[in-house]
Design a protein. Structure first.
Ligand SMILES: Nc1ncnc2c1ncn2[C@@H]1O[C@H](COP(=O)(O)OP(=O)(O)O)[C@@H](O)[C@H]1O
Ligand SMILES: [Mg+2]
Length: 262
């Protein structure tokens, strides 16, 4: 397996006349921490937005090497229409689909997760529900299985709960499992966002200013120690803050003793 999990070459992002990114190149190795550092407006968030499909890069190349597959991110997000699309219905529909719905979910499915500089949680959902939603790609989602409440469906649901509580334990939010995400303090919401990203079972996680604006609340050192003791996902981080905790790469759901408390 290649050492390089993310490779960015000559990435460009232009907003009209503004060149937010010009020839950005970087390589992130597996099991490493990579930081983007720069003043406000340098383009850090824009890099993340391009990597995760929120922006479609104006040029350059992004390659993910995750889950044993090499993914050309820009291609996955859909290139501009070409003449050939108009004669091939299949490629036309594919192109149209990406144009209409975007491709962030495909990037996540390929193994890249992120958090946001301005927290974006499902505020009206509980903490636990936020983590269950993040696993929708991993659980048995068949409507019929759900209606019939099959054994496979129940097992998938139970595994998803285990996985969610595993991450709640890591970020020290087990006691908040049934609270609304929007009611949590800023620091708790930041931690929940990381847990939600990790629940998608990524191979690389991009943390956008993970410790920004956190002067009022320090990370829990115990949680940080616990997290560090496990194997980490490769991490790309940027921001001005202190060391944040290192997320695990979960090797499988673990039964959590705290479940009864939720
Ligand atoms: N959607 C957008 N439209 C226009 N300009 C943008 C957009 N997003 C980012 N920019 C510009 O790109 C530059 C980089 O912004 P950003 O990536 O947010 O910087 P950083 O995260 O390093 O503070 C800024 O000049 C910003 O104004
Ligand atoms: Mg930013």
């Amino acid at each position: 397996m290649s050492e390089v999990v993310l490779s960015v070459d000559k990435l460009m992002m232009h907003f009209g006349g503004i060149k937010a990114l010009s020839d950005v190149s970087l390589k992130v190795k597996r099991n490493s921490i990579f930081a983007l550092i720069g003043p406000n407006g340098a383009g850090k968030t824009t890099v993340f937005n391009c990597l995760t499909g929120f922006y479609k890069a104006s040029g350059g190349h992004i390659e993910l090497n995750t889950r044993g597959v090499k993914t050309d991110v820009i291609k996955m997000l859909g290139e501009p229409f070409k003449a050939v699309d108009f004669v091939s219905p299949k490629s036309f529909i594919n192109r149209l689909r990406y144009k209409m719905f975007g491709g962030t979910h495909l990037i996540n499915r390929a193994g890249l997760a992120r958090t946001f500089q301005n927290i974006r949680l499902f505020r009206e959902m509980s903490v636990l529900e936020n983590l269950l939603v993040a696993q929708h790609m991993w659980v048995n989602r068949g409507m019929l299985a759900g209606i019939l409440n099959t054994k496979g469906y129940r097992k998938a649901e139970s595994d998803a709960l285990d996985h969610a509580f595993y991450w709640l334990e890591v970020v020290d939010l087990v006691d908040c499992a049934n609270r609304l995400a929007g009611e949590l303090s800023y620091g708790q919401q930041r931690r929940l966002e990381i847990a939600r990203a990790m629940c998608t079972r990524p191979q690389i996680i991009c943390l956008d200013e993970p410790s920004g604006n956190r002067s009022a609340e320090r990370d829990d050192p115990a949680a940080a120690r616990r997290a560090r003791s496990d194997r980490g996902a490769d991490r790309t981080r940027h921001g001005h803050g202190n060391e944040y905790f290192r997320p695990h790469r979960c090797t499988g759901p673990r039964r959590c003793h705290c479940r009864g408390r939720a």
